[in-house]
Design a protein around this ligand. Structure first.
Ligand code: PAF
Length: 288
């Protein structure tokens, strides 16, 4: 590994970032990218720590991507906290924060060429947020083309996103290794999310039902799919503040729902609206 340069530099343009990375690569450095939308929390910092293990130069991108928000979603109120984010990254060995304006990423205002996330992209999160994964894949593809990283690090909390990014990289022969870091949780089980800051104390308490449902599903795994779904749904219970969107068990290889008699590795996905805030979580289980 080459020596880490002290300090974190915020880079707003693609050409500047490419120039800086070309210099570092010419000196033999490898590069890892951590794509984020900012509002950084300990989950993001775990991605950064992993990126530091994987490469000499760590680039964190901070870009709230309008393309992955649908009409009526929280694009306008999504937290934008660049100064605090950069402060949180100081001292963690992040050389560059790529923080482009929307006009830098989408200069013509409209995007005619986009990626399509296919059938899996229209299920679960994609069913509730039509177009979300097309927009996500499009910006991730742009970021991979801009940074050309040796590795890119994503969080397991967005399991469907991880599946789709891995498939895109395979389908399009992108020469970047996708690395995935386990979900970081609060002591009581709540998965860290930038959207947790929308929750008031009562909603924060109600939000625990998602991780409780996953624990109940895991505990029932040896009894098969029907029990997993029943126990998971029961744990979500009848909560005024919680509206279940989906609780589904998928095959990790295809991300399609498992058969009723499935055995072996599976992933439970849960999504619910807590107050006005949409939260997701997931857990790996073994159906037996
Ligand atoms: O997971 C996210 O924060 C976003 O979907 C990502 C990968 C940064 C793309 O905008």
């Amino acid at each position: 590994m080459t020596e880490v340069t002290a300090g974190t530099r915020v880079v707003p343009t693609i050409s500047e970032l490419r120039g800086l990375l070309a210099e570092r690569r010419a000196a033999g450095a490898s590069v890892a990218l951590v794509p984020t939308m900012g509002a950084l929390h300990a989950g993001h910092l775990a991605l950064v720590a992993r990126a530091r293990q994987l490469a000499d130069v760590v680039v964190v991108s901070i870009f709230v991507n309008p393309l992955q928000f649908g009409p009526g979603e929280d694009l306008d109120r999504y937290p934008r906290t660049l100064d605090a984010d950069v402060a949180a990254l100081e001292g963690l060995g992040v050389e560059f924060v790529f923080a482009p304006a929307v006009a830098e990423m989408y200069p013509s205002g409209e995007v005619d060429t986009t990626l399509r996330a296919g059938r899996v992209g229209s299920l679960y999160e994609g069913a509730s947020r039509p177009g979300h994964f097309d927009g996500m894949l499009t910006v991730v593809s742009k970021l991979l083309n801009i940074v050309s990283p040796d590795a890119a690090v994503f969080g397991q909390k967005d399991a469907q996103q991880v599946f789709l990014v891995r498939r895109m990289v395979r389908d399009l022969d992108v020469p970047t290794t996708i690395d995935v870091v386990p979900t970081v949780r609060e002591a009581d089980g709540l998965a860290l999310s930038s959207r947790n800051r929308y929750l008031d104390p009562a909603q924060r308490q109600a939000a625990l039902t998602l991780s409780e449902a996953l624990r109940a599903a895991d505990a029932a795994a040896t009894d098969g799919l029907a029990e997993v779904l029943a126990e998971g749904a029961a744990a979500l219970g009848d909560h005024d503040d919680v509206t279940l969107d989906y609780l589904v068990v998928v095959d990790p290889e295809t991300f399609l729902p498992v058969a009723d008699d499935a055995r072996g590795a599976a992933v439970v996905l849960v999504a619910a609206r807590v107050g006005a805030t949409r939260l997701i979580d997931n857990a790996a289980i073994t159906l037996g």
